[in-house]
Design a binder for this molecule. Structure first.
Ligand SMILES: [Zn+2]
Ligand SMILES: [Zn+2]
Length: 372
């Protein structure tokens, strides 16, 4: 029983060159060998999408259809696809590793030297009504959790980062309360950190972090930066997660850390910072980078989202259509909501099957297409 009838056309937000994003219509792509076509339900806007938009992502060739935090429903299955069924709701594990290089052979597919990524390297992503992706990338998800499911991807980064340092019974500082920071707060709670502090420039985000489990939220006021840094240093966190990817946040992380602390870097430093490396030496800090995540972290993240062990609804600022994306990525909108994640719902305007009030993501709304 297949209620969906494939439309003849699909729409994609195509980034032709840095800062040149266009929503284009094209014939509906058919899945090739080993591929499936997913009708996209939701796709989160990530910091790295902004980097791609700005042209800051190294080794990326344009045009590209960004969007790697997607969920949807399998609509068509190509030849030689094993265990994927049409109409199944899925989340997307966006990393496609080569399986042959040295790091793949060692089991670290997230460090594959020839990795491709949905929404970045050669695989059109989720800022589209439909996405054709390798069948190994789709992972079944609870049908009622498609909107929350976009957080599986960033939460997988948080799970992988949480695995990078022993935090049980320790003082943990989280620098930055964007999506990653707010997910880290919750991960630290789950992993048994003794005390969790977080710091951000936005007072609203700090309040949100406290609501989600941080013991102390510190709002960084420009005139008091010195005093704040002093206060954090006196508290002396044993593990620090840098979740911003900027020079000031990196140095704040290094400056706050207790000697012999582990400082985990999650924020993507696309611009090379001037870091106070002397602090790493004088305090014998351990610096640990985080790159994507293994499949096991993605599976754990999916479970945490499905079971609502990690709360993601408070993180959603708003849901937008595909047409709004150029404005949002171009930074022409001001976010007042303390939430941090904008979620694209690419099929929301073209389809009448989305009922009213569907902002609340009721489970019965079928994203599978117009019902006959
Ligand atoms: Zn992401
Ligand atoms: Zn590889």
């Amino acid at each position: 029983m297949n209620g969906s009838r494939p439309e003849a056309e699909m729409r994609q937000a195509v980034l032709l060159a840095p800062r040149r994003l266009e929503v284009q219509s094209k014939p509906l792509a058919e899945p090739g060998r080993g591929e499936v076509r997913v009708r996209v339900a939701y796709c989160g806007v990530c910091g790295s999408d902004r980097h791609i938009y700005e042209g800051l992502e190294p080794e990326l060739t344009y045009p590209v259809v960004p969007g790697h935090e997607l969920t949807g429903v399998v609509e068509a299955v190509g030849p030689e696809v094993g265990s994927v069924d049409v109409d199944n709701p899925v989340a997307v594990f966006p990393l496609v590793a080569c399986g042959r290089c040295r790091m793949c052979e060692k089991g670290f597919i997230n460090l594959c030297s020839d990795a491709r990524f949905v929404g970045a390297h050669g695989i059109p992503g989720g800022f589209a009504t439909h996405a054709v992706i390798p069948s190994c990338s789709v992972v079944p998800i609870e049908g009622s959790r498609l909107q929350q499911g976009v957080f599986t991807e960033p939460l997988a980064v948080a799970v992988h980062a949480a695995d990078a340092a022993a935090v049980q019974g320790k003082r943990v500082l989280i620098v930055g309360c964007g999506t990653m920071g707010l997910l880290m707060v919750q991960m630290m709670k789950l992993r048994g950190a003794k005390e969790i502090w977080c710091v951000d420039r936005s007072h609203l985000r700090v309040v949100l972090a406290e609501r989600l489990g941080a013991d102390t939220g510190v709002a960084l006021v420009p005139e008091e930066e010195e005093a704040t840094s002093q206060r954090l240093q006196e508290w002396a966190p044993e593990v620090v997660f840098e979740c911003v990817g900027a020079e000031a946040s990196l140095n704040l992380a290094l400056q706050s850390a207790e000697p012999r602390a582990t400082v985990v870097l999650l924020g993507e430093h696309v611009v090379t910072p001037r870091a106070r490396v002397i602090l790493v030496e004088n305090r014998e800090l351990i610096l640990r980078g985080i790159c994507i995540y293994p499949r096991s972290a993605f599976q754990e993240a999916l479970r945490l989202v499905e079971q609502e062990t990690v709360l993601v609804d408070p993180l959603i600022s708003r849901t937008i259509g595909l047409e709004d994306l150029p404005r949002v990525l171009g930074g022409h909108t001001e976010e007042e909501h303390p939430g941090v994640k904008i979620v694209v719902k690419p099929n929301s305007e073209s389809e009448r099957c989305w009922r009213k009030g569907d902002e609340e993501t009721s489970g019965e709304v079928s994203p599978a297409g117009p019902q006959e």
